[in-house]
Design a protein around this ligand. Sequence first.
Ligand code: CA
Ligand code: CA
Ligand code: CA
Length: 628
Amino acid sequence: MTRPILPALAALALLLPSVAPVAAAARPEIAKVEPPSWWPGHSINPVRLLVRGRNLGGAEVVAAGPGLKAGPVKVSEPGTSLFVDVTIDPRANPGPRTIGIRTPGGTAGIPLEILAPLPRAGRFQGFSSDDAIYLLMPDRFANGDPANDDPAVSKGLLDRTKGRFYHGGDLRGVIERLPYLKDLGVTAIWLNPWYDNVNHLNERETYDGRAITDYHGYGAVDFYGVEEHFGDLATLREMVDRAHALGIKVIQDQVANHSGPYHPWVADPPTPTWYYGTAEKHLANTWQTWTLQDPYSAPEMQKATLEGWFIDILPDLDQDDPEVARYEIQNTLWWVGVSGLDGIRQDTLPYVHRRFWREWTAAIEKEYPDLRVVGELFDGDPVLVSFYQGGVSRFDGIDSGVDTLFDFPLFFKIRPAFAKGDSLRDVAMMLARDHLYRDASSLVTFLGLHDVPRFMNEPGASVASLRLALTFLLTARGTPLLYYGDEIAMPGGGDPDNRRDFPGGFPGDPRNAFEAAGRTPDEESVHAHVRALLRLRQATPALRRGQTVNLHVADRAWVYARVLDGRAAIVGINTGDEAVSLDLASAPLGLADGTALVDRIGPLAGARVDAGRLRLTLPPRSSGVFTP
Ligand SMILES: [Ca+2]
Ligand SMILES: [Ca+2]
Ligand SMILES: [Ca+2]
């Protein structure tokens, strides 16, 4: 749907209340400015401010401050939202400015901070298969600042005995555990959203009749705010800087599809088309993502999936409104620019029109060319998932520009094969579909994340099977993602049980699993395995970037190699209860006769290449990574 572009005068007439003199017009009031700051020399110039307040009708700019030009101005019909373009001179000095406005009721100042751009070196780095990502839920990982556990503005939402209440974790806790993550070997962290969420109970989303809190971060009421239970902008910036100092990148969880149900926009939208529908009258999302890439679906078929409210509760933002699109693009670039972060995880990707993603990714690429985006398309079909990977124009004429996606299709095969004992061939057969992707090597692979029960709760799962699955995850193609706690075999069923507190992250915890002494033998065996695999992955470029070569795939045994520049790392996995002895052609590996291979992660016997054959024995329930 394309909106007609109204002639400028007609548009002005629609947006500005009539200029008839009003007796004792009320003074204009400014409550919030978004974005609150911007940069000289930015690819977006002018920046468009969304100013929220009261009595803004009839506003005109009367002053802009040194290095700035401001205008034109648009005001919403109720006089509570004002859009103004601010052009920043590339030589403008950093510092606070006030944009003066005048209305029939008086004058007011719009504060805007001009920031010096952060130095680019070591920031805005992107991520790739060279990385290993660690997903943590800020509320559930570590509590480093008890002072924000039950903040004055949002009292009563803390209760560690309740799965859907705040537990006290925060950004300070993440900062304190960065050395733990560094030692584990992860090179990037993804945090569930740190946007400000509502300060009272969420009574729109109830379970067994009970209201919940938005501890998970997915119900933004302020897209420019940091949730006060987690910290503030200064702490966030400190976290990014400290992570970078340790060689750890930061990935922000962003949500463009919807706001939280309590966002002030719901009651008072900045434009009439800010959302698809209203709280009273809207479609519910029907999840028919297949229709979004069906060459035969009429727009009506796709409407509820693109414009319906998620779980019929989350207000769906209308990116066809150019003000919404502009707002969201600036919001994305603002978080990157103020913090120096490196990547974005975009929530609920398919539920937004693909034409918006094209525009959004192009804006990111222009300002931060190395930044990378991973999109969430929760589906097991690689045909659906690959359709959203950018770099290629699809039948709809759109190249989404989205760098990569979560490999849900692979995830859905890994669980039954490794936990339940289904055939490993199912996993290999999913990889055989990699040609559907523009670039399968960048897909973000995982054994679990915050929206699915943990691996250890899968029927048949054991510490032994988790170790084997981790061998696969950390040696197979892709950018591996670990869900916090999986490195210590944490159990957990469906949401919110899969979001338990990391033991030792919270004051008074009976033990501290961040330290070896606080881990059980099972936890330690998994932790040590992950640590060894991540170290090996870092030391072995073939495991990060190499071509995959399948040498043997059977129900319970799989041998594949990762080959790069003539160097091979060979991975053997046996999920069965019997030892497996294999006699494989070594030619695909380019290894000379007489080459001795050593298992770099464990105690398996070495192997040797003789007369063009590689002979390998894998004991029951074992895995090894062999290199010369
Ligand atoms: Ca806290
Ligand atoms: Ca809050
Ligand atoms: Ca939508």
